[in-house]
Ligand binder design. Sequence first.
Ligand SMILES: Cc1cc2nc3c(=O)[nH]c(=O)nc-3n(C[C@H](O)[C@H](O)[C@H](O)COP(=O)(O)O)c2cc1C
Length: 365
Amino acid sequence: MNVDALFRPFSLKSLNLKNRFVMAPMTRSFSPAGVPTPEVAAYYRRRAGEVGLIISEGTVVDRPASSNDPDVPHFYGEQSLAGWKRVIDGVHEAGGVMAPQIWHVGVMRPHESGWLPSAPFEGPSGFVVPGESGGVAMSGADIADTIAAFGRAAADAKRLGFDAVEVHGAHGYLIDQFFWAGLNKRTDRYGGASLAERSRFGAEVVKAVRAAVGEAFPVILRLSQWKPQDFAVKLAKTPEELASWLTPLSDAGVDIFHCSQRRFWQPEFEGSDLNLAGWAKKLTGKATITVGSVGLSGEFIAAFQGESSHPSPLDDLVRRFERGDFDLVAVGRALLSDPQWVTKIRDGRSEQLHDFTRAALATLW
Ligand SMILES: Cc1cc2nc3c(=O)[nH]c(=O)nc-3n(C[C@H](O)[C@H](O)[C@H](O)COP(=O)(O)O)c2cc1C
């Protein structure tokens, strides 16, 4: 298996990456009271020499109910931002490049510990899953404040020295709750029967982020068709619908679409083997990141339930990459459990790759 193509550099605006591998954003819940610790900084730094771009775990914006976990890092407040400054400085010292993933969870179920944020969960219509209320519907003022909070977080990312910013618009969290007709029942300008109408909130977030960072700073948007609430949901059922969703987001200022699938090789629509990243690139002309079980046999949600995954070949990934389907490849669990994963791939040391087991989630190595 020749993986040389994945070790070509990549440049976009001010971003210069040594290879095509991206560390996928992974919530680790090791930041008590929202403050990233020195151990968190060391964890990212350990991966910085190997990976082209590190995307941080989701880190929440300044809203009373943007988090559903007391150990998820904040991207606001003096102490949390000082923690993030330590993270990015360490990554840069080790030769790495990094973007924070800025996040608002939307309406969620309470944390398993019973911990709750200081205000009720908020979302487009208060639903946690279709038909079941779990929070409040956001007012116009809530929406405006949330958009502004994303903008401030992006400005802070740039000010602290991060190299790009990723907006978390995937996986059934706040922005995705607006996209999803099952959870967005609004009758104002943030709702509507079409996906294009429901993408307005996401587009306004992206515009605020773009305005905060300027033209030269790369803005990444993560999207997914699937939701943890329901794997079968497909927001866009046709390429035309996908175009109607992505075009306003692209126009709002997205540079890179990060297209989350649980298995990157699954075709998005009948009649073509293109995956979501392949379609997003074809329809928008923007750069894309693919992700989902790269180098591993099993997918990540099953991993949370204890299913182990074995190393698996990258041939199909390389084939798609060389065809021009996507620009970058995000890797989650393989990098979570092994900071040397990229180097082992480069050097063909496949006998040194190991299985992913749930035990890796318990440590910050
Ligand atoms: C422990 C863990 C935490 C995750 N947290 C996030 C997150 O904060 N934001 C996000 O967009 N995706 C998150 N994901 C999804 C990953 O970014 C990635 O899409 C998924 O793990 C599939 O990649 P993989 O098969 O290479 O692990 C998480 C995944 C794992 C395993």
